[in-house]
Write a new protein. Structure first.
Length: 142
């Protein structure tokens, strides 16, 4: 198993009825690499200084995102599959349905950033699905 300190830049893009909403999070984290599984962990704080821990597990055919703390959820991405989960935050609980369209992962190399890209649609509490694109860039610290 290889453990590395990394810089993470996570870009979340949501397109809803022609409107585009982009959120960018930049944090330091850890990358664990073993055989065919990669695990990325990092923490972020919201505007109320509440911490959310993220654990992203990358397999060749699926990705899971587990968040705990101020926000709690386990979101699974399975190519061409619909997965369900529950998103819990300070204002209550949301039922989520996620349909993954595209998923690619390129591990970080010595001089090249790693990149996880997921394109998917999410429906919250049975509403009309919104399109999402999640891009996570991973750069190993020297």
């Amino acid at each position: 198993m290889i453990k590395s300190q990394v810089n993470i830049k996570m870009t979340m893009e949501i397109v809803d009825q022609g409107k585009q909403d982009i959120t960018i999070v930049e944090e330091k984290g850890q990358l664990l690499e073993k055989a065919d599984t990669t695990v990325l962990t990092f923490s972020e704080e919201n505007e109320n200084n509440e911490q959310t821990n993220s654990l992203i597990t990358i397999h060749p055919d699926k990705v899971s995102v587990k968040r705990s703390g101020a926000v709690s959820m386990l979101q699974k991405f399975d190519k061409k599959q619909i997965t369900e989960n529950v998103y819990r935050h300070q204002f209550g609980t949301i039922h989520m349905e996620t349909e993954t369209e595209q998923m690619t992962y390129q591990p970080p190399q010595a001089n090249k950033n790693g990149k996880l890209f997921i394109s998917y649609s999410t429906s919250l509490n049975g509403d009309k699905p919104r399109r999402h694109q999640l891009t996570i860039l991973v750069k190993k610290e020297d």
